[in-house]
Design a protein around this ligand. Sequence first.
Ligand SMILES: [Zn+2]
Length: 383
Amino acid sequence: MRRSLLPGCSRRSVIKGLAAGLGAALVHPAFVLGQDAFDLAIEGQNLLAAGKKAEAVEVLTRATALDPENDFAWGLLGMARYHQGELREALEAFKKAVSLNPDDSYSRMMIERISQKPLPPKATEAKPMTPLEQKAKAEEEAMAEQLKGQAGLGYRIRRLVLDAGHGGFDSGAVGPSKLLEKDLTLDLAQRTAKVLGSANAGLKLFFTRTGDYYVPLSARTTIANQYRADLFLSFHINANENPKPHGLETFFCSEEASSKEAERVAEFENSVLKFDEKELTAKGYLDIEDILFRFERRRYWQAGDKAAGLLQDGLAKGLPMHNRGVQSANFYVLRRARMPSILLETGFISNPENEALLQKDDMRQKIAASIAQGVLALADKGV
Ligand SMILES: [Zn+2]
């Protein structure tokens, strides 16, 4: 069982968790009671993480009934209710958590967050529905039922962010004949945009950079989030200490890397993070963001997986380069995007043959055309 704890969870709850690991004979009866509630709370947390919100509410309600003093369970119940859209009940649960543990800054923040918007009327205050409202509700439910069977986010791509990796002092990877990744990524992003523009598909395009300057990783996704983009496309060129590896790879974001090699690629692309002042100074803020979007993110990453497959297929078919397939890893630049996000590694700059190909204008045009074709197919299909 995973024992990850919410930030702000009281020391008492943690002690209960530790007590769970001790023999029952050593533990005070009150702790035994609390221990069961704690295990239920963890079960609820896992259900919540798996997107099983209704089941999480059920388990966490049992946990709070078993141990009404367990602030950890109350905080989680608040979160489960919040994700169920039950704001009034969520607020009550968060308040209970804070009354039991005034240090629970996460529940405090959620109370503030919920209180900023007017709460929906209580069930007893609701007026009886008119026949038209009843019909609308029935239609809405039927549509939700229909959507349930279909994986994906159910929207078409209209707004696209093109993110040319690296820039300025961050040259990215450097090839044996001194070709720079940052120049290739900008060129490819701009060529892709041109092809997409001339396709007249009604796509709105945004760039994270349009010249040779440094843009922090955190700013790149912030830009995409502010543009309310439907897809984030990050352009990169791969590199390895060994000159042999070559070919095309498309990545989507995941908590665990799909392979050791994928992990290495993410490590390299994340390495510029040390220059990211915002990340360093606003660490606490980012952590909270991370928790808040933990559930939402899961759906974006799934959609990213599907989109990456489609793009990689297009690239592999259209280009004379080895198909390394779709991989996933924890890329910082993808992680915070509130939309499906993909990172392309079109060739290895460290491989002399790939570098020579990337040096050619017509090859870069071909790569851009393949990417654009994949994007257009994706825009048509939806995510
Ligand atoms: Zn890169």
